[in-house]
Design a binder for this molecule. Structure first.
Ligand code: HDE
Length: 761
């Protein structure tokens, strides 16, 4: 009878006892083999405790993938069942008393289906609701064993599985990706010593210094409570009211108004741990550390007009970019760099390293690269992984410890707390995406949705009935907070106050502004102008512009002029501060890390129409693809077109469904009839103009050169020099060289020097 049952319903991948066995049955017609193994202590040691890259897993496979097998469901070849595993005969009709009669209460199949559906949603994150995640690994490239016990840094080549979630902060779960906003950069390391969450952002500082102000900040930033507007935007009264009254936010505002707030891709932005953390080594000695993620593709951003248009054309722009790159086999990669310094060094800095509104300039403490983050596997299921992943700053491992940053202290509480509501109880650590690979043994019991089945009658410690197990690991193996003298400074009594250096709010805002290129500075000024122009309360605008005078008189004057208002009087300076060590830091400009000049995964559009030159188009495709970029033919409509010689050309997209803002560059191929058709198409004109306006390279081949003039594309920069990004190759013999030049310009990302304010085109 067992055999007959197995033959009928042989494959239940969620039932542990049925898989992994050598004689496990496979379902009729199944293509995927049953999952191969259970997550167990032995799996953990096989997969994680490895000292060589990839030595634990077959080449190309993910070390973290195996343990998730136990919960992966593949329905290939399986009959539909209820949640109780009962096969469902009819999934089309509810159970009724007669063809035209009432539905019956006994229809448990319908009721189960609707009930489950009614409860499909969970509360979205209070902040960072909109996010995208990916799996991958962290590979240590330089042992830090002398500085820290932390497992991921123990030896060169050591690989640790990770899950990373990128996010915007303000918008709701379904909001646009390209809002002007901070981006979350949260990394979960599944180490053999437990999970370590490095929950960072793409900006190295924060708006506030003390967790006490976080709910105020978020209430001010989120849509205004009376009418729930605006969505995913800081350009409204309450946000600027709050920050203009909080001078400590000035430095962060410079970052938020800079191009960092509108990245081209999650793959092209830096990440920062923000707070000063602590490394602790085997002897219990500790040093201070700041974490930096540096994208291999370089740091690149959108321009504002483009970000606004992308929000309409593809609200999932960043999610799609990350997903498609990984699907295409192009991993997203970052180097991890650390700044390490001692408490004594920190005490001499002009700023306080416990103040999250300050950076430690790279000129003061250089970056040391210690590892590589590689994201190369998309989640199987958005909800189960990206939505249910729970990052908590309290998740640290031996070798990583906190500092007394008062913002961090609040976070250590808040993240665990928020998961209790969001994920419905204290067992969220058992959700597969959150479960550590390290085995979990303790006497915590029960609670909603408990998965583990602890055995035995002992749930207390000390005990003798279970042989004293689980036993304390001791400070050599276990997590032990760094023993250090509590240096509470002068005011050693219990108090609500800040240390002195926290009072200086403008030196690093100025450092940031002064370190930007002229194009970046212009963008900051325009961003302030745009955001403040949206305010309805003039006094708030006035107060903010007045504060900017403490950062840069030039910036304040520019913004005031842009808002059509006289320059307001500067408020009194309350924060003298010590002279800063660094007054200009090239590392703060996006141009400091342009990447390797490659164009991998960049998207190039070729505008096509009936009568285009198929041979020229083919040459373009070959060159673009050979460089690792993506070519899409964009036509008046999708589907079949006829090229000059009658050959069939397929348009992948239309001018309507994939406008210019979704591409990094455009090629206008040769072909008289096609050029004529594009000349008469307003959408083509808009496409070319937007490409030009957003600083992107344009290449016109043969007859298409006439389109540049027709659409008003200037060939020279505002200063009169030739525009390196407006390229034409009238003769077929010139095409190859022009394509090379075009791809080289694309590798520089944008021609910022082309910009004027307002735009010429
Ligand atoms: Fe967060 N933050 N935060 N934050 N944060 C959350 O946790 C909070 C702060 C950051 O992809 C919440 O699980 C407080 C700084 C990221 O799931 C919540 C304070 C930095 C993510 C929370 C801060 C961050 C969050 C909402 C001030 C950069 C998304 C849902 C004391 C270093 C993680 C959740 C993900 C999410 C609280 C400040 C980064 C409410 C109280 C500074 C990347 O717990």
């Amino acid at each position: 009878q067992q055999d007959a049952l197995a033959a009928a319903f042989p494959f239940n991948p969620t039932k542990a006892s049925e898989y992994g066995a050598p004689d496990a049955p496979t379902p009729p017609g199944a293509t995927a083999p049953p999952p191969s193994r259970l997550a167990s202590a032995s799996t953990v040691s096989e997969t994680v405790v490895s000292d060589k890259v990839g030595s634990s897993a077959p080449p190309g496979s993910q070390p973290a993938a195996g343990p998730l097998d136990r919960v992966r469901v593949d329905s290939t070849g399986c009959p539909l069942t209820t949640n109780q595993g009962v096969p469902v005969a009819d999934n089309q009709h509810s159970l009724r008393a007669g063809l035209r009669g009432p539905a019956l209460l006994e229809d448990f199949i319908l009721r189960e289906k609707l009930t489950h559906f009614d409860h499909e949603r969970i509360p979205e994150r209070i902040v960072h609701a909109r996010g995208s995640g990916a799996h991958g690994r962290f590979v240590c490239t330089r042992s830090l064993a002398a500085l820290t016990q932390a497992a991921p840094f123990r030896s060169e080549g050591k690989t640790t599985p990770v899950f990373v979630r990128f996010s915007t902060v303000a918008g709701e779960r379904g909001s646009k990706d390209t809002a002007r906003d901070v981006r979350g950069f949260a990394v979960k390391f599944y180490t053999e010593e437990g999970n370590w969450d490095l929950v960072g952002n793409n900006m190295p500082v924060f708006f506030i210094q003390d967790a006490m102000k976080f709910p105020d900040l978020v209430h001010a930033l989120k849509p205004e409570p009376h009418h729930a507007m605006p969505q995913a935007a800081s350009a409204h009264d309450t946000f600027w009211d709050f920050v203009s009254l909080m001078p400590e936010s000035t430095h962060m505002l410079m970052w938020l108004m800079s191009d960092r707030a509108i990245p081209r891709s999650y793959r092209m932005m830096q990440g920062f741990g923000v707070h000063t953390f602590r490394f602790v080594n085997d002897s219990g000695e500790s040093v201070l550390v700041k974490f930096h993620w540096l994208p291999l593709l370089g740091t690149h951003s959108l321009v504002w007009d483009e970000a606004v248009k992308i929000a309409g054309a593809d609200p999932d722009f960043h999610r799609r970019d990350l997903w498609e790159a990984i699907e295409a086999g192009e991993p997203a990669q970052w180097d991890l760099a650390v700044q390490v310094f001692t408490e004594e060094e920190a005490a001499r800095f002009s700023f306080d390293v416990l103040d999250a509104t300050k950076i430690v300039p790279e000129e003061l403490v250089p970056l040391q690269t210690v590892g590589r983050l590689v994201l190369d596997r998309n989640p199987d299921n958005f909800f189960a992984e990206t939505e249910q992943v729970a990052f908590c700053t309290a998740h640290v491992i031996p070798g990583i410890d906190f500092t007394n940053d008062p913002l961090l202290a609040g976070r250590i509480h808040s993240y665990v707390d928020t998961q209790l509501t969001r994920l419905g109880g204290p067992n969220f650590h058992e959700l597969p995406i959150n479960a550590p690979l390290a085995p979990v043994h303790n006497n915590q019991r029960d609670g909603l949705h408990r998965q583990a089945i602890p055995r035995g009658r002992v749930a207390y410690e000390p005990n003798s009935l279970a042989g004293g197990c689980p036993f304390q690991a001791g400070s050599v193996q276990g997590f032990a907070s760094v023993a250090r003298r509590l240096d509470a400074g002068e005011g050693a009594e219990k108090l609500r106050a800040k240390p002195e250096k926290f009072a200086e709010h403008h030196a690093q805002a100025r450092l940031f502004y002064d370190s930007q290129t002229p194009v970046e500075q212009a963008h900051i000024a325009s961003a302030f102008r745009f955001e403040l122009s949206k305010l309805t309360v003039p006094a708030v605008r006035q107060r903010m512009v007045a504060t900017l005078r403490h950062v840069s008189e030039e910036l304040a004057a520019r913004v005031a002029q842009g808002l059509g208002m006289p320059l307001p009087e500067a408020p009194p300076r309350l924060d003298a501060g010590e002279p800063p060590e660094v007054r200009r830091s090239l590392a703060l400009s996006l141009r400091a890390r342009p990447g390797d000049g490659g164009v991998r995964t960049r998207k190039v559009a070729a505008l096509v129409a009936d009568g285009c030159d198929a041979a020229a188009l083919q040459a373009v495709r070959a060159a673009v693809v050979a460089a690792g970029a993506v070519l899409r033919c964009v036509g008046p409509h999708v589907g079949a077109l006829r090229a000059q010689g009658g050959e069939a050309v397929d348009a992948d997209a239309s001018l309507e469904n994939e406008p210019a803002v979704l591409f990094d560059a455009v090629v206008l191929p040769d072909g008289e009839a096609a050029v004529q058709a594009l000349a008469e198409n307003g959408l083509a004109a808009e496409f070319v103009r937007d490409q030009y306006r957003h600083g992107k390279p344009l290449l016109a081949l043969g007859a298409a050169q006439s389109l540049l003039g027709l659409f008003g594309v200037p060939g020279s920069l505002p200063d009169g020099a030739a525009d390196p990004g407006v390229l034409a190759a009238p003769q077929p013999a010139d095409h190859a060289a022009a394509l090379d030049a075009f791809l080289a310009v694309l590798g520089t990302h944008r021609i910022g020097e082309r910009e004027t304010d307002p735009p010429r085109l």
